[in-house]
Ligand binder design. Structure first.
Ligand SMILES: Nc1ncnc2c1ncn2[C@@H]1O[C@H](COP(=O)(O)OP(=O)(O)OP(=O)(O)O)[C@@H](O)[C@H]1O
Ligand SMILES: [Mg+2]
Length: 236
């Protein structure tokens, strides 16, 4: 092998220490059905990435792999400097809780709890001081324009309000990596813009690395980089 070829080979296979996400050749199947067919994806700290592609192409599967809730069958995945495939379940859970935020589709709040209670959950699980938790929840509720409905149960607010609270809950502990799956999927364009504005403002301020799955070009237009997917592979 020539020196140049060796260098290319090294660049292809060596972990990139600066990347928050570094996937190489990741394959995932559900039974016999392949959902990810060899994904290579590197995302730098602070980058804001939209993942787009047709229904069924593997976008949610990709987010689940990044979150460490679904194992890859093949390939390597480093997320936030950790080799996810080798981490013990307990350590993966801790990584997720302390350093990741996740926003899933409408309905991922606990309906019986108020928006305020939903928002404070991550901080309580992480064991913050009550006065500090209260103050941080108050600030996040205000920033998201949820002050007026903070003490209403999540089951009794509008879709846009619930979606904003889900964004708040994912960001309140200042995660390094935010994974959002169709965060505006259930909303009309006005409510979608409000949610995206709130999300982008917080993410930009905190320097959070962001991966958003979306069907919506308007959402993608908020972000730095677009990654296309088709049939379990990256395109474009
Ligand atoms: N739990 C599962 N069991 C079996 N097959 C699954 C499961 N989840 C997803 N799949 C299949 O894997 C493929 C990728 O699904 P995935 O949910 O990642 O797609 P997606 O791009 O998020 O689609 P959508 O835009 O509709 O949400 C699809 O063919 C889907 O039918
Ligand atoms: Mg999906």
């Amino acid at each position: 092998m020539t020196a140049a070829a060796a260098h290319r080979e090294h660049a292809r296979t060596a972990p990139d220490p600066a990347a928050v996400v570094d996937l190489r050749g990741v394959r995932v199947s559900y039974g016999q059905d392949p959902a990810l067919r060899g994904i290579d994806l590197r995302i730098a700290a602070g980058e804001q990435v939209a993942v787009m592609g047709p229904s069924g192409c593997g976008k949610s599967t990709l987010l689940h792999v990044l979150a460490g809730v679904l194992d890859a069958d093949e390939g390597t995945l480093r997320v936030l400097g950790e080799d996810l495939g080798r981490l013990r379940e307990k350590d993966r859970g801790q990584l997720r809780l302390a350093r990741m935020g996740m926003v899933f589709q409408f309905g991922d709040l606990i309906g019986e709890l108020t928006l305020r209670e939903n928002l404070t959950l991550p901080l309580q699980l992480l064991g913050g001081r009550p006065a500090r938790i209260r103050a941080e929840a108050e600030a996040m509720l205000e920033r998201l324009g949820l002050g007026e409905v903070a003490d209403r149960r999540a089951a009794r607010v509008s879709g846009g309000q619930a979606q904003r609270a889900a964004v708040g809950r994912a960001l309140i502990h200042q995660p390094a990596l935010l994974l959002a799956d169709e965060p505006t999927g259930a909303l009309d364009t006005v409510a979608a813009d409000t949610v995206m504005d709130a999300l982008m403002e917080t993410v930009t301020e905190q320097g959070t690395t962001l991966v958003v799955v979306t069907h919506d070009n308007r959402v993608a237009a908020h972000l730095d980089r677009l990654v296309g997917m088709r049939d379990g592979e990256m395109v474009g």
